[in-house]
Structures are given as C-alpha cells and as structure tokens.
Design a protein around this ligand. Structure first.
Ligand code: ATP
Ligand code: MG
Length: 427
C-alpha cells in the first residue's frame, strides 16, 4: 500500500480527551475516529488490526472444536422475557421499538438467541457436545464510556456457547476454552492471566476473567508468580485451579494460599470472560435433549467471551513507547514500512519502487511512504503507527544499493544491501 493513496490521518498533538496511551495512540495513528460517545468508526489502519485479532481468535476457536455462526445484532425482547433477564439488565440495554411497537433490543450478549436456536434444532444427546460462537457487534449503554474503544458502548465481541449433556462434559468444554484462550493471547504476544471471578448478571458457579497486565487496567488482581512460567501448551483447568489468581472482589488476604511476600499484585485489562452456568438458560428456554435412557434432560451450558475490539487497545497498552505503538508481528497492520526519504530524487524513487514491487511479489505486507514530506515527519509517523520493521532509503544509500533496516521493538538499526534486507524480511 502506498501512503500517498492510503488514509491514516495521523495527529502530531495529543488529543485532549484521551487519558490512556491506547486511546491517545489510536487517535494519533488514525486508526479510529469517534462518531459519538462510546461509538467509533474503524479507519483502514485500525480495521486491519481488528481483523487480524479477530482471525487469530477465530482460528483458535475453530481449533477447539467450535462452529461459527452469525447472530443478529437486534433481538426480540420476548426471548429475554423468557430467561427473566429483560427487566434485570437495566439501563445498559439499548431498547428499541419497531414500527409495530414490538419491543426489540440491541444485543449486549446472546445467550437467549443461541439457546433458542439450540432448542429448536438439537434434540438428542447424540448431537452433543456442541460449541457455537459468533463474532458480532454488541451494544451496552455503559454509564461511563471511556478510554476510546477500551470501554465503548458498541464493541466487537467473540461469544461462544457450549452445550453438553453432563456437568463433566461442560467442564471439558470449559477447559477447552481456557486452553484456546491461553493460546490465543500467546499468539498476540501478551500474557493474559485467567483470574477467578465473580459471575455477575450472567450467573453461574465457575468463572475466570482473562486479564492482560497493564498499569492502566481497570481491575486490580492478585496472582501467584508461577503464572509467569506457565507452559501455554499444557494448561489444564486443574492446573489453573491449583494456581491462585483472583480479582479484587474475590481476593481475601486472610485466606490467601500464596504467602504475602510472593503474591503479586497488578492492574489488568479484562479481555475475556468464561462462565459455566449449568441449566440457567436451558430450562427457561426449553433446551432439552433426549438422554441415553430416553428421558428429557436440560443441557449444561457455558459461555465464553472475548472483547475483540478491547483486545486491540489492550495490546497497545502492553506494547508501546513514547514514540508510538510497537505492534507484535501477528497483529501488525503491515509487516513493514518502506520509507523513501526523498521523492524528488529519481534514483531514490526508482530504487524504492523496485524494492516495493519485490515485496509485493513476495507477499510481504508493506506500507510504502512515498509522500512528499520531510524525513522527520516520515520517521515520526512510522514510529507512531508501529510497524515491526522499517526499511529506510535515502538518495545516498539508494546510489549504493543500500538501506537501513530498523526493528521498531528493539530500536536496533543496521545498514545492509537492499538484497540482504529483502531476504531477511522474506524469512
Ligand atoms: P467489564 O467488567 O469490563 O464491564 P463485563 O464483565 O461486563 O466487562 P462480559 O459480559 O464478560 O463483560 O463480556 C465479555 C468481554 O467483552 C469482556 O471480557 C470484555 O473484554 C468485553 N467488553 C465488555 N464490555 C465492554 C465494553 N463496554 N467495551 C469493550 N469491550 C467490552
Ligand atoms: Mg466480566
């Protein structure tokens, strides 16, 4: 992509309304633009990151034996009256009337819709277990939307729902999701600690929140330092239950199994939440299957959310410096930036154009800064948007067939031939 035709309206100044790094940097990098309180447009650069995050989440959900569906954003109140949550949900729910004066709502979550689908189509224990998920926009009329998309009103969520015949089966589904989550966040280069949590309005008796550690996190968490050495490929529910991690609400210093000297305290951003809630929705919504003995049994359910859009902000909180964002490669909007430091010098242009085409041929995602701007502005923009690699070419280096390769995360810069740079990047 050439910068000259792309659209990323970067800002030099810090926007007044932004109080945390991720909000500031997303606005300054031209990733998002506010439409109204808690509601944003994702601009091209931000959308590329959102899609990458979404895809990693999707791949791990699929790998864990889940099936993707797409439920609507608008739901009928009727289903929520059946589950008994319509009145409890309160002002966070955006309620709408259609032209026939039927009560509708913009879904804040989808337990009711999915349980109803299950109830209508799945009738036998032979079809279990089932794990159905979607990645869809949700709306919660938050009392205090803040920190940009971190706590928006409209936000993208991955929500998965598991259906099992027995509580043991439901625990296996729960464990499969825990494993999938640990792998998902490891692929994005962040540690997300599964913290025991209160179950809140969704209800249930087994629940973990996934917290990405960041100073600006809204939650205070307490955890066993053993989490820092956890092998992501061998996480089990038992192993997690044997390690202590609790939210502020649940942490009891008197009865904490970890000695105070070793216990770690940190702030975290809740990026995911998993619940096991048994038959709380299956009974009122009629999700029963025929068991092996021919009797009707309500299915055992769990639900598993990830705040996809919030993850984008949390990744920035975990990976940035004064100059801007430092994207992990797996979610970077482009793998590299190519900077032509002088677009009026024909040798430099020819050299950069040639290099750009070779990158495209090699399927390297590249943002080519071919704008007529001073080099200071180009360096600042590139550091701000945080692509993992930068290749910098000026008239003198172009003449010699050389460039500078910069690693945004380590700050390391080396001079090498354009050919060597290409080979390195291809790896
Ligand atoms: P919070 O405690 O942050 O309000 P929640 O407990 O209400 O979150 P869940 O119902 O567990 O959230 O929703 C699943 C996930 O959706 C959360 O873990 C979080 O990552 C994300 N999420 C919830 N509310 C918002 C929001 N207003 N903006 C962005 N993401 C959100
Ligand atoms: Mg929660």
């Amino acid at each position: 992509m050439r910068s000259s035709v792309y659209f990323y309206p970067t800002l030099k100044e810090t926007p007044q309304e932004a109080h945390v790094a991720s909000h500031r940097l997303m606005l300054r990098a031209g990733m998002i633009a506010q439409v109204t309180s808690g509601i944003y447009t994702w601009l091209p650069l931000g959308l590329r990151v959102l899609k990458k995050v979404e895809n990693i989440i999707r791949e791990e959900q699929d790998r864990a034996g889940s099936l993707e569906v797409l439920m609507p954003t608008i739901q009928p109140a009727e289903l929520w009256e059946k589950s008994g949550r319509y009145h409890d949900y309160g002002k966070e729910m955006l309620r709408i009337q259609d032209r026939h004066e039927r009560e509708m709502l913009y879904g804040p979550t989808a337990e009711e819709v999915i349980t109803d689908i299950f109830a209508r189509f799945i009738k036998s224990y032979r079809d279990l277990p089932k794990r159905l998920y979607n990645i869809q926009w949700k709306f919660r009329d938050e009392i205090r939307p803040r920190f940009g998309i971190m706590r928006g009103r409209e936000f993208l969520m991955k929500d998965n729902y598991s259906f099992d015949l027995t509580p043991e089966g439901a625990r296996a589904s729960y464990q499969a999701m825990l494993e999938a989550y640990v792998k998902t966040f490891a692929r994005m280069d962040v540690t997300a600690i599964p913290v025991r949590a209160a179950t809140g309005p969704i209800g249930g008796d087994l629940s973990h929140e996934f917290q990405i550690l960041a100073e600006t996190g809204e939650s205070e968490i307490f955890y066993d330092p053993a989490y820092e050495t956890l092998d992501v490929n061998s996480v089990t529910l038992d192993r997690l239950q044997s390690l202590y991690a609790a939210s502020d609400e649940l942490h009891d210093p008197e009865n904490c199994p970890v000695p105070l000297e070793t216990l770690k305290t940190a702030r975290g951003i809740e990026v995911g939440h998993v619940f096991y809630f048994g038959t709380k929705y299956s009974i009122p919504l009629g999700a029963y299957v025929m068991g092996p003995d021919g009797k009707q049994v309500p299915v055992e359910m769990g639900s598993y959310g990830i705040g996809v859009s919030r993850v984008v902000a949390a990744l920035i909180e975990a990976h940035h410096d004064k100059a801007g964002i430092k994207w992990p490669e797996s979610v970077a909007p482009f793998k590299m930036g190519l900077l032509n430091l002088n677009v009026k010098n024909s040798a430099c242009v020819a050299c950069c154009d040639d290099f750009y085409h070779k990158l495209l041929q090699a399927d390297v995602e590249v943002l080519y800064d071919d704008r007529d701007l001073g080099s200071g502005a180009k360096f600042a923009d590139m550091d701000l948007i945080g692509l993992p690699w930068q290749v910098i070419v000026g008239p003198r280096s172009a003449e010699a067939g050389m460039c500078e390769l910069k690693n945004r995360r380590t700050g390391e810069r080396i001079e090498l031939s354009l050919e060597d740079a290409l080979n390195r990047i291809k790896q």
